[in-house]
Design a protein around this ligand. Structure first.
Ligand SMILES: [Zn+2]
Length: 98
């Protein structure tokens, strides 16, 4: 399993390119959602962006429900990376292969 480390600073996030790390941008995604930027746990080129809901799953699709934790986040449902084929879960701050 790979630890999901949060980077509050987007520039630092993009400089370190740490596999499994993420940055949440609350200014992107609309009133009930945010952008979840992350580097794939497999280490392939990134970052990727998905839409997460702050209070349940957003109306926009595809999107994920976020439990609100920055230190040990959980996303539902699983994340499928078309680019590299990585498929798995972010649960309690760790990326787990499905
Ligand atoms: Zn990948």
């Amino acid at each position: 399993m790979i630890r999901a480390i949060e980077f509050p600073n987007p520039a630092e996030f993009r400089r370190q390119k740490l596999p499994g790390s993420f940055h949440i941008d609350l200014t992107q995604g609309g009133p009930d959602a945010a952008s979840f930027w992350f580097y794939c746990p497999c280490g392939c080129e990134g970052p990727s962006r998905i839409i997460i809901g702050l209070r349940g799953k957003p109306a926009s699709s595809p999107s994920w429900e976020w439990d609100g934790s920055l230190s040990e986040p959980t996303l539902t449902p699983s994340v499928n990376q078309l680019r590299c084929g990585w498929h798995g879960w972010l649960r309690d701050g760790y990326w787990e292969v499905a």
